[in-house]
Design a protein around this ligand. Sequence first.
Ligand code: PRP
Length: 222
Amino acid sequence: MPADPSPQTGPPPANCVHEVRHPLIQLHLTRLRDKTTTASRFRQSVRRLATLLAYEATQDLAVKVTSVQTPLAETAGVELTQRVGLVPILRAGLAMVDPVLDLVPEAEVWHLGLYRDEATAKPVRYYDKLPNGQPVDVAIVLDPMLATGGSVIAALTTLRDWGVKQVKVASLISSRQGVDLVAAQFPEVPIFVCQIDPELNDQKFIVPGLGDAGDRIFNTIY
Ligand code: PRP
């Protein structure tokens, strides 16, 4: 059955959940969902969607006014005043880093390694190299999929412990159950998502979803 690009029925998302509606997001999400999309094209769609999502998620970045000299005159410009940290959840989140770095070239990148145990669907930490102290001002968690929400909750807990005051989540596709759980536990964290799908199956995969993002990005489907 084709993915339904129309708004989901049911209760409206919490205030902190932003399901970004845009025809180009729907277009590239359709390619992402398509089971015949190759790994190369899948990565390309991830990059495009990450760019569109990052544009939305960075609307409130703080800037200060500067001046810039054009070839013709001096005029006003801006520069960012906050340290921005991109926090990809390995592995799949890696594919969203470069497009967001293209938009925020000064951003720092801090990796968190989490995988979902196949039997329990609970997140397992295997890499965390955040520095002691000196947290970034704004952190953006990057992960193409938010299914049960367990991995994002683990990442948000780690970032809170690091001392980051402002955190956002950018996820290409989420389940209704997952975003509701994250929003309930971290109501202050805005979640930017291309589409919220209605359900999880018995294996806790998003349905209709797009399969396993990490395997499709890294071409490791066996
Ligand atoms: C997937 C996905 C998320 C997580 C979502 O990663 O990229 O990180 O599962 O599931 P959750 O919301 O139920 O926690 P996976 O564990 O497959 O690891 P991978 O990125 O290395 O493939």
